[in-house]
Structures are given as structure tokens and as C-alpha cells.
Design a protein around this ligand. Sequence first.
Ligand code: GLN
Length: 546
Amino acid sequence: MVPKTKKRKFVFVVGGVLSGVGKGVTSASLGAIMEAKGFSVTAIKVDPYVNVDAGTMNPVEHGEVFVTDDGDETDQDMGNYERFLDADLNSENYMTTGRVYLSVIENERGMKYKGRCVQVVPHIPEEIIGRINNAADKHNADITIIEIGGTIGEYENILFLEAARMMKLKDPDSVAVILVSYLPVPSHIGEMKTKPTQHASRTLNQTGLQADIIVARGPMELDKPRREKLATFCGVPKENCISAPDVPSIYEIPIKMEDQQIGNKVLKALKMRTRKTNLSEWKGFVKKINNSKKEVKIAVVGKYFGTGDFTLADSYISVIEAIKHASWHHNVKPALEWVDSEDFEKSTKKVQNLKKYDGIIVPGGFGTRGVEGIIKAIKFARENKVPYFGLCYGMQLASVEFVRNVLGKKKATTVEMDEKTSEPVIHINPNQAANVKENKYGGTMRLGAYDCALRRDTKSQKAYGTDMISERHRHRYEFNNEYRDAIDKAGLQVVGLNPESDLVEIVELKDHPFFVGVQFHPEFKSRPMRPHPLFRDFIGAVVKKK
Ligand code: GLN
């Protein structure tokens, strides 16, 4: 831990009116701006639900589970923070109501409160404040941005807002509050309405907090009359109402926000001296995005799910961003299409539809639905020399496909599909099997960063340009080493191995423009201006094919 040598400052970002309007990207963009002013910044995501982490939640309800190096299963906003701050965050950067209560209760069981009565207030907010300070210290941050999920006024947010109030009361100059609110434009009225934000502001006041800045999200710019209304009714200076209309790319947001000097406004609220912002890298990057006009068509093949609060795009946000980063690197624009693998199960002929794509990705997944269709798509990519990139399940199923169709063992499968299969190409180790048997699902997968040694002169090794890498994992099943020599000899080379456990981490086809399967999730480590090497080379092969 870094010794506390400087005064830490904290910015709480809270939401009004409705969630899902971009608090995460606003927080991440503010972080990028503060970094571009030369501050060290870290960010914390608060999820108000009782789950201890995001790992046990259905992706349809929650969106992507973002995995950190230290193996925490967190919210997708953590990915935005990592991408915008270009920093690795860990479990100290994430908390939920469940996690906070669990530690207070464990502390109580361990007599840590020395016989006192343990109460919701102050012990829960104190635990929250301790966690916030811990993250600030661990990252030696000048500025810590804390995003409180959901909207103010929700029951489960009260104690997090109380923590903010307590921090502000103790040291008013160290805490600023940003309200990210939505200003709808009802079609029958055709004008932007401020009233919902006025209500949100008042609800925030009831918690003892006053916004220093309002970020006015909406389909259009905030105009003068409405800016004045917000200022009058929400008690925020006019110039601190930031207009935040929808933009084509989230990577423009730091620039748009800084055009309105949000950085210096936050610094003023924190009683700090203002500073210049150097966003030249971001500006160059956005220019590159806008100049990437030629399209490449990528199919993302998996089982379809599209109901609930979140869509497929939310569930695979890091994969989508990684594809974009890699595409822009090659000055092309990705056109992504979700292809429902169950269609291929109904009609094998439909696999031929994949002809229209320049590349195929099979992302991570769980369960049995759609798996046979995915295997057909992989066979198509292998036989037709279409660039293929398999992520986690996409690597496991590429191995299954190869054993079935090249080695001729038609019964080959993963035990996730058939527990008693005679050809378990993907199997489960005894520890994991015990976890499943005992219903120990939370936080028990193979999680977080593991080393992987690369075989020289392979596509993967050349992509990384090094012999040893570290990548993040989230899976329960593993490649069965009984099949290792056979697939390697037949052309699906085993080119990445974990040096301690000897687990297979990467397979790649020898005679193919690009056919790589990875047991890990490379998408988590792709950064806007530093695309992931394997995504980069996958898109490179896609561009070449086109
Ligand atoms: N279902 C597979 C496993 O648990 C793959 C997981 C994934 O793709 N993240 O091992």
C-alpha cells in the first residue's frame, strides 16, 4: 500500500430519473479528463444490490460480468473505467450492499467491534467509507470517483449516499457531487423537460447532499432556457449544468465534456486550483475513429437472449469494444451482427449464410442451448478459412469440433453438455465438480489473471511479441490433456499453456489465415488506444480476407 502523502479528493456520481443513461461513461470520461490534467485517478463502482458480486447474476438481467486481475466478478462499468483510465482496477474498486454487509457481519462475528452494538448506522456507512479510502490509498489517487449505481431515491442507495454525506460533513472540501440526470423530449411536446431532474435534485437534497454539477443527458443539447431552469430549481450554478446529448461514439465524451470545462468546474468544487487539460491523444484517437469508414462484417455467433433489462450488446460489451479498438487500429469500421446459433440446429443449410461475413467470433457462454449450432459455425470457419476467434467457450467448442470432425471421434463433447460422455474433450477437475455438487457457485470459477507460456513462432506468440503473458479467466471447465497430443499432431496446435498447472490456454490452427481459440477472456484487457494483440491480428486477417 502507498503511504498517505497527499490530500485525497472524492467525486460522487449519482443518477437521477432513470438508470442506464451513461453514469458509467460519464464517470470514466471525467476520470480521463482528470488524468489528462496530470492527476492520478481511480474509480469505484457501487452496485446497490445484495449479491456479493455480479458473478451469480443472469447476464440478461445484469449485462456483462467484468473480471478483474485479482478475480473479482464485477459490473460492466468497471470495464469502462479500465478502458478510459487505461488502468487495471481490482476488487477494492467494486462494492455491493451484499459485500458491505457481509464484512460488517463477519467483523461482528470476529468480535472486531469489541462488544459494542453493531448498527446499520453508523457501521454500514463507516464500512463503505473505509472501502472508499482503501481504494484511494491502494491506487495513491489524487481523485477517486465513486459511481453509485441505479438512481437516487432507491431504497438500497440510502446508505451509500449517507456515506457520502458523512464524508462531506467531515471534510466539505474533499467531496464533490455530480448528478447525472436524464432530460426527456416527449414526442407529443417536442421539447426537453427539466421537471424530472428537478425532482431528482430535490430527492438528492433529502439525503443531505447538494449537486455541484448536473450532467444533463438527453437526445439533444441543453439550451439556454432549460439551463436556467435547472440552475434555479436545482441550486446549481448555470455554468455547472453540462450538456450531454447522445453522441455516435462514447470515446468522444471526454472531449465533449471538457469543451464545457467540466474538469476545472469539479476542481473548483473541490477547492483545488484549476489546470490545463491535454486531450490531444483522445482527439487524435477520435479522428482515427471517424476516418475508419471501410466496413468489415463480423458475425458473433452464440445462443440468443434478448429479453430482460439488458440486451446481448450489454452482455458482451467488452468483446464489442475490443473488436472496435482492433478495427480502428486497421482503419476499418466493424459491422457486428449477432447470429443465433440455434438457427443452424434447425437447418444445417443455414450455416452457409455465414459466407457473407469476413470474420467469425464465438464469445464466452454457459450451458447447453445453442451449442451444437455453434459447433457447426466453427466447422464452417475452419473449413472455409474464415478468420475465427474463439473466446473461452469459443475455444472449448473449437477443440470439440476438431476432435469430432478431424480426429473422427463423433461423440466428442464437453461435459457441460453431457456429464457422462465417453469423449470428454472438455472436462471438469474434481475441485470444480465438488463446487457444483455442493451448490457453491459464487466466486468459485477459475477467475482472474493467470500466466500463459507461448510456443515460439506461432500466430499467438507473434501477436503478443513475448513468450509469457497474463490474461483473465472466468470458466469452470478445462481442456482435457488426454487429447492434447492428438489435436496438436493433427494441426490444432496447443500454443499456450499455464506454466504451473499445465492447463491448455490457447489452441490455433496451423494452416489457416487465423483460427485461434483462447481459454481466457482477452477482451477485458483491450484498451481504446492499445488494442489487444489477438483481436488486432484477428481483424488484420479479416481485412486481408476482404
Ligand atoms: N461454459 C464454459 C466454462 O464454464 C465457458 C465459460 C465461458 O465462456 N466464460 O468453462
